[in-house]
Design a protein around this ligand. Structure first.
Ligand SMILES: Cc1ncc(COP(=O)(O)OP(=O)(O)O)c(N)n1
Ligand SMILES: Cc1nc(C(=O)O)sc1CCOP(=O)(O)O
Length: 210
């Protein structure tokens, strides 16, 4: 009998980082507080040079903790800046185009909303993970899809590549997603805006995933 790997945390930056050094300090504290599988740098809206500055400041912090860095939307900049991968959605380069840019070793994730069909297509195109959401209302992004946790159970029982749950996830509402079989919980506000601070949020998520 095979047992499923434990669920892990996938952090997403806040959409704007007005003080990069202050955020780097928060990131250092968060990554020192417990296991984190990946950091996605997602800046909206930001010019290319702002993205470059953020990756150059944050990637060494993440790598010092053994955490993979995924850039949102931009396989070209991910390749230029030495990121470990990219996350793409409907308005971004497709998974196969991202693969051509980044090569076979890069980690490529795809937005699939509440659609197993979209997820199957992403997997066939060579995605390394699929992301379902938004499971809960969120102020971080305008969302319309609202999947049920069951989509995670069906995915992880039938498909080989991991599934990521995203959207409004907090320490207080995460348990049903972990129990449903999410391989990763992608979280932004639930960590960076946690009332007791990001490090405490990471500790509490890890305790839930234990
Ligand atoms: C892990 C993860 N899942 C979904 C998204 C959403 O990506 P996208 O559809 O490209 O929308 P924006 O993030 O660009 O607003 C994500 N970034 N990460
Ligand atoms: C970036 C993103 N994509 C989503 C999707 O449903 O595809 S929800 C979302 C926001 C994630 O941030 P928070 O943890 O603060 O809700």
């Amino acid at each position: 009998m095979t047992s499923k790997a434990p669920c892990r945390l996938y952090l997403i930056t806040p959409p704007a980082l007005p003080d990069l050094d202050a955020f780097a300090a928060d990131l250092e504290a968060a990554l020192g507080a417990g296991d984190v599988g990946a950091l996605q740098i997602r800046l909206k809206p930001a010019g290319d040079d702002q993205v470059r500055a953020a990756v150059r400041r944050l990637l060494p912090v993440a790598h010092a903790h053994g955490v993979a860095v995924i850039l949102n939307d931009r396989p070209d900049l991910a390749a230029e800046l030495g990121c470990d991968g990219v996350h793409v959605g409907d308005e971004d380069p497709a998974v196969d185009a991202a693969r051509r840019i980044l090569g076979p070793d890069a980690m490529i994730g795809a937005t699939c909303r509440d659609s197993r069909h979209a997820a199957m297509e992403a997997a066939e195109a060579g995605a390394d993970y699929v992301a379902f959401g938004a499971f809960f209302p969120t102020e971080t992004k305008d969302t319309t899809a609202r999947p049920e946790p069951e989509i995670l159970t069906i995915w992880q029982e039938t498909m080989a590549i991991p599934c990521v749950a995203i959207g409004g996830i907090t320490v207080d509402n995460a348990r049903p997603l972990i129990e449903a079989g999410a391989d990763f919980l992608a979280v932004s506000a639930g960590v960076w805006r946690h009332p007791d601070g990001p490090a405490e949020a990471v500790r509490r998520f890890n305790a839930l995933m234990g």
